[in-house]
Design a protein around this ligand. Structure first.
Ligand SMILES: [Zn+2]
Length: 426
């Protein structure tokens, strides 16, 4: 199918353009009104709507989605009660159960404009049911929404029976990325050893690394420094990601400064998960309650690649969400003090181009000669997309329309007079 998209507003520009698409490839970008329709093209007037590259979800737990309340509610809402509830829910897990829930949320992600996903799969299970369910969905949806699966030891590598064997088995059976959880291991030494085990396994399978690292308010959790050191010593720059790293928010400034220097030197990718961590951290504080998130602004200032993850969708840790990265970006605008004039549009980079870099997926952007994979927001600017968490008007991959959302219409009637309201500044 060929297309002409008229009056599209590209990121970081102010003048609309026309986009031509032939056989799945973006063939021309012309000033608005100057684009010529390719043969048999469908012509769509975007009326100045924002067009971005596909969104990329770098951190989600698809094996746990849609399990909130099962088999019991997380009454306190805390991380540790969440892990306990999940430990009970896991007993009734089946491969089909994982397939059905993860497939449903991936449909929601497609409608939100997401085309690449990295999901953790809990491998603390002798039968590896979560992994096998996600592998089935990965194969089913390949080319529509691409999935990377992380072998994730939710209960620890050394604190769980046959933890190292299950990690290796997960890689043999088809996990793409090696995960870890050093701050949850039984001792600090086990934590350090677990990071080294993860790096060894990744080198053995020539895979990338994505570790849940220092997801605690304990300022003595210091495993990111071990990750940076191993990355530097083994020459694995670009292949390693540290997720959560919330303890960084509690480190003293001298230590944090030295650490950020080494993170930059190692070329670590950093993923912050503002939705989950805004509700899970600070639970042991009485007041003032710490925000409990990583040092996003300092990392960005140092030139580190930082991306935003959604983390959970309706599971024992986070009962809300529908898989939209824009909700997580909206949260970070507040929780990370990223409301500055240039910071607001940059939040969209943190859910598209930055996570693409972390995952090692092609991020061609919206450019001539690239694939016609793009997202149209029902908004006239990045700021308005964030402000109203705008629906995705149109989602396209390789020239095929995957999703359309009709804009909501609100009509106000006051004293018998009606008018439409769209919450946009006139
Ligand atoms: Zn996580």
């Amino acid at each position: 199918m060929n297309h002409l998209l008229r009056n599209a507003l590209l990121m970081n520009t102010t003048t609309p353009v026309d986009i031509s698409i032939v056989d799945g490839v973006l063939t021309a970008i012309d000033p608005a009104g100057k684009g010529t329709a390719p043969a048999d093209a469908t012509i769509t007037d975007l009326e100045g709507r924002l067009v971005t590259p596909p969104l990329v979800e770098p951190h989600i737990h698809l094996d746990a989605v849609l399990t909130v309340g099962q088999p019991r509610a997380n009454e306190s809402g805390s991380l540790f009660e969440g892990i306990a509830v999940w430990g009970e829910r896991v007993k009734s897990l089946t491969v089909d159960d994982v397939i059905e829930r993860s497939r449903e949320v991936m449909m929601w992600q497609i409608a939100c404009g997401v085309q690449h996903v990295r999901s953790h799969a809990d491998v603390c299970d002798p039968e590896l049911r979560a992994l096998n369910g996600l592998i089935a969905v990965r194969e089913e949806l390949k080319g529509i929404i691409d999935l990377q699966i992380v072998a994730f030891p939710q209960q620890g590598i050394y604190g769980f029976e046959n933890g190292t064997g299950l990690m290796r088995q997960a890689m043999v059976e088809g996990a793409d990325v090696v995960g870890g959880i050093p701050h949850f291991e039984l001792t600090r030494e086990d934590g350090v050893n677990s990071v080294q085990f993860v790096f060894d396994l990744a080198q053995e399978f020539d895979s990338m690394i994505d570790i849940h690292c220092d997801e605690t308010d304990d300022d003595h959790a210091r495993f990111v420094e071990v990750m940076a050191a191993e990355t530097i010593k083994r020459g694995m720059t670009g292949k390693v990601t540290a997720s959560h790293t919330t303890a960084m928010g509690s480190y003293n400034a001298a230590y944090a400064g030295r650490l950020i220097t080494n993170i930059k030197r190692a070329g670590l990718n950093m993923i912050t998960n503002p939705l989950d961590n805004s509700v899970l951290q600070g639970r042991f504080d009485i007041g003032p309650i710490r925000r409990g998130h990583t040092r996003v602004k300092e990392l960005l200032k140092a030139g580190v690649n930082v991306a935003i993850g959604h983390d959970s969708v309706m599971d024992p840790w986070y009962p809300l969400g529908y898989g939209d990265p824009l909700q997580a970006a909206f949260m970070l605008a507040h929780y990370g003090h990223m409301s500055g004039a240039t910071e607001l549009p940059y939040l969209l980079e943190m859910i598209s181009t930055n996570p693409a870099k972390a995952l090692g997926v092609d991020s061609a952007g919206v450019r001539v000669g690239g694939p016609a994979s793009l997202v149209v927001f029902d908004a006239p600017s990045a700021e308005d997309a964030l402000r109203r968490i705008s629906p995705r008007y149109l989602v396209m991959r390789d020239g095929e329309v995957l999703s359309r959302t009709a804009p909501a219409q609100t009509t106000l009637t006051i004293n018998g007079t009606s008018r439409d309201v769209n919450f946009l500044r006139p």
